[in-house]
Write a protein that binds this ligand. Structure first.
Ligand SMILES: [Cu+2]
Length: 599
């Protein structure tokens, strides 16, 4: 769709058999004025129960590469997602001239979307999740990666037939020699699958991340962590032929014998329809020192730990300067430490977790501020009076005690509307095995990534605070990139700056779904309840009789459910790829009505 269009999507939950509720989040969209359309269950809306409808309506902002996905459980792992591409006019896109716009055949608009994800073998219902995550890891780990829902080996998700596989034709990106193509990469993995993307013997010019443009950065490999997007331009300047598009996982998706490679084909016009030559397990490049944009940090501290060619996310440059009001001392600096413990006694209580497969103290529990998040009993945005005082923050918990025993509560951090913020996310890695990084996602905002580094194998919050207050942390306060998701390395930090000018309740969480579910989440409350967006009168409350139903009651534009098709006269011009179901397990029906406005 185009910038300025209105998006209206009616979701019908038809998962009667699974009795599973759903919601949809529009990842990276600011929802300014429409906090209640953000799709976080038990925070901004009620669950959409089987048989119920919900209509999301908002004007997408900002423009760029985004996606929609379920925000319930690990439903993303079943393919409950799609891309949301918001295009911009020539005058507004600083990188407009880096790619072509006249690819008449076979790709009309010289653009491709590539959603990359891990195909998690285990079921994604909570029971299966617990058993497989904490008991039968072999079953749980992905052995397959997908590009737009396709792979040459897709394993069955059924427990009883775990060895069965299916194949699909691979995704093919058809190009014409001499043209320049914009690729929009999205990582929607469930577990901690970081993907290194390359196209054999082609260089990639990175032009945007998380929807926002950056100055051109040439790369041979682009790494994406869960929830991230990178846009690059591929110039079809090779010999006519077929080339592998490779998304090679690192981390827990690439531990022998698990290898969730995700592959596709870049095919030149005039080439055969066969597979490209060569192996798919490592990038092939003509460059002596390959450049890896957003490369994962190694086990040593610092940027200089033997990683030639690494360009970290914080080293990308925005195409516009950071506002002056964010360059000075911020009104508030929030230090948010995180870690993963494995000492939760709850997991060994058979009344709470009746799974004999789980052995003692094997369960990781991810958290912020040593607190595992629990969802409120009802969506606070809709029922602010119901649950006053039922929140916690670091000051209301014994932080030292929480290092030893798991603390669980509905963590909320409040900041005044309009304040300038610096959020220092610290991956302490004090107790976690290894030094796993975490991709942290913020709702409602993009923030300037002014700093990112790995300082040590372990990094206590107090040490990070001391260094930051002493001015020892290098920062780009001129033109840092805007991000909504950032990978924070183990023993390292990421520093975000932004103005808290979007009031409401915004989820802030790790985008590794298993970590999010364990409690690596919190609520950022911006402003007071009186500052929040007014909830429409017909907004569904958590009572079945009040939920807006498929009959069209309470709607102002007529019935919205059920057809499963797109409509709107501008679809062909602009919005045809705005909503693209990319996996075969999508289980809902959408009706999209997109209308262009005068621009
Ligand atoms: Cu995490």
């Amino acid at each position: 769709m185009c910038e300025g269009d209105r998006l209206e999507v009616t979701v019908t939950n038809m998962m009667f058999l699974a009795e599973t509720p759903i919601t949809i989040h529009w990842h990276g969209q600011h929802q300014r004025g429409t906090n209640y359309m953000d799709g976080v269950p038990q925070l901004t809306q009620c669950y959409i129960q089987p048989g119920e409808n919900f209509t999301y309506e908002f004007t997408p902002d900002p423009a760029g590469t985004f996606m929609y996905h379920s925000h319930v459980g690990t439903q993303i792992g079943d393919g409950f997602f799609g891309s949301l591409i918001v295009r911009q006019s020539q005058s507004k896109d600083p990188n407009w001239n880096t790619y072509d716009h006249d690819c008449d055949t076979p790709s009309r608009d010289c653009e491709f979307v590539a959603i990359i994800n891990d195909w998690v073998r285990g079921g994604t219902a909570l029971d299966d999740f617990l058993v497989t995550r904490y008991g039968a890891k072999d079953y749980y780990m992905p052995k397959t990666g997908l590009v737009n829902g396709r792979s040459n080996v897709i394993e069955s998700k059924t427990l009883s037939s775990g060895d069965q596989t299916a194949t699909t034709p691979l995704e093919v990106f058809n190009v014409v020699k001499g043209k320049r193509y914009r690729f929009r990469l999205i990582n929607l993995s469930t577990v901690s699958c970081r993907y290194q993307v390359s196209v054999d013997f082609h260089r990639l010019t990175v032009i945007a991340t998380d929807g926002y443009p950056v100055r051109q950065q040439v790369a041979d490999v682009v790494t994406l962590f869960n929830g991230e997007r990178y846009d690059f331009v591929l110039e079809a300047n090779g010999d006519v032929g077929n080339y592998w598009f490779k998304a090679i996982p690192i981390g827990e998706c690439n531990v022998d014998p698990y290898n969730a490679n995700a592959i596709a084909i870049v095919r030149y016009q005039g080439a055969s329809t066969g597979d490209p030559p060569g192996q798919v397990d490592q990038p092939l490049t003509n460059t002596a020192t390959p450049v890896n944009v957003n490369m994962v940090f190694g086990n040593k501290a610092g940027w200089e730990s033997g990683m030639a060619g690494a360009v970290f996310a914080s080293q990308l440059k925005s195409t516009s300067a950071m506002p002056n009001e964010l360059k000075g001392s911020p009104d508030y600096t929030l230090y948010i430490p995180m870690d993963q413990f494995y000492n939760d006694p709850h997991y060994d209580n058979p009344e709470l977790y009746p799974y004999t497969l789980m052995s003692k103290y094997t369960a990781y529990t991810a958290m912020f501020n040593n607190i595992s998040f629990t969802f409120p009993q009802s969506p606070w945005l809709l029922y602010p009076d119901d649950i006053k005082g039922k929140f916690c923050d670091p000051s209301s918990t014994d932080q030292e005690a929480c290092y030893e025993e798991r603390c669980r509560c509905t963590q909320m951090i409040s900041v005044p509307l309009g304040a300038t913020l610096e959020i220092v996310i610290i991956n302490e890695a004090l107790k976690s095995k290894g030094t796993k990084g975490h991709p942290i996602h913020i709702h409602g905002y993009h923030a300037y990534l002014v700093g990112l580094n790995k300082l040590a194998l372990k990094l206590h919050k107090s040490e990070m605070k001391r260094r930051n207050e002493a001015g020892e942390i290098p920062k780009n306060l001129e033109d840092p990139p805007l991000k909504d998701t950032v990978q924070v390395p183990g023993g390292g930090y990421a520093i975000w700056r932004f103005k808290a000018d979007n009031p409401g309740l915004w989820f802030f969480h790790c985008h590794v779904l298993t970590h999010m579910l364990e409690g690596q989440s919190l609520i950022l409350k911006v402003g007071d309840v009186s500052d929040f967006d007014t909830i429409p009168n017909d907004f569904p409350m958590c009572s079945k009789s009040q939920v807006r139903s498929g009959s069209g009651s309470g709607t102002e534009t007529g019935p919205r459910s059920g057809s499963g098709s797109e409509s709107g006269s501008n679809q062909e011009l602009c919005a045809s790829s705005a909503l693209k179901n990319t996996a075969d397990a999508v289980v809902f029906v959408v009706l999209v009505l997109a209308t262009s406005v005068l621009t």
